[in-house]
Design a protein around this ligand. Structure first.
Ligand SMILES: C[S@@+](CC[C@H](N)C(=O)[O-])C[C@H]1O[C@@H](n2cnc3c(N)ncnc32)[C@H](O)[C@@H]1O
Length: 162
């Protein structure tokens, strides 16, 4: 899930190739614009490509849909790192969507390589929210407009997962 917000971190870390996916065309386009801008300024260092598919990572067929778009095919056990910064909560709609995404991430990683994911602690968020009639639980979702293209349901993340 990326609009290349971590572009400079990848460059600083000496990353060579990034494969990504995002549901929003506006964000995929913005990611491309950021990468092109960096390349034009000659500051990309070792980073050769950021290959982002326009796909809903909660869709049951997302792997097939993304594979049809990625320029470099994703091979199993070939990635040094998988990251999902402030995007993981979108997959918390159902256990199935979360497990499907994490299973794919795990499949892509080399043995011993790392997954880094960041998200808001749903319980902490709820405890800070004002009293309301609305039923707040892990299934609560808020709609957010991303790039005015479509809406993505925001999910609360329960970190106390059995
Ligand atoms: C808060 S942004 C963070 C993105 C990334 N960490 C970055 O800095 O570029 C969350 C991203 O998740 C994307 N997103 C939300 N739901 C998604 C889904 N179901 N599949 C793929 N991307 C999704 C949004 O379009 C947005 O670009």
């Amino acid at each position: 899930m990326t609009k290349n917000g971590d572009l400079w971190k990848w460059i600083d870390a000496g990353v060579v190739h990034v494969t990504g996916a995002d549901i929003s065309k506006a964000h995929v386009d913005e990611g491309k614009r950021r990468f092109d801008e960096v390349c034009q300024s000659g500051k990309q260092k070792r980073l050769q490509a950021v290959d982002v598919a326009l796909v809903d990572l909660c869709h049951p067929e997302f792997e097939k849909m993304a594979a049809a778009q990625w320029k470099v095919p994703v091979k199993e056990a070939s990635y040094d790192l998988v990251e999902c910064n402030f995007g993981l909560h979108y997959a918390f709609g159902t256990r199935e969507t979360l497990v499907r995404l994490l299973t794919f991430a795990s499949k892509c990683l080399k043995p011993g390589a790392f997954f880094i994911g960041t998200c808001v602690d749903g319980d902490a968020l709820v405890s800070m929210a004002p009293e309301t009639d609305t039923k707040l639980d892990v299934a609560l979702s808020m709609e957010a407009a991303w790039g005015k293209v479509r809406t993505c349901p925001h999910r609360l993340v329960c970190l106390d997962i059995p």
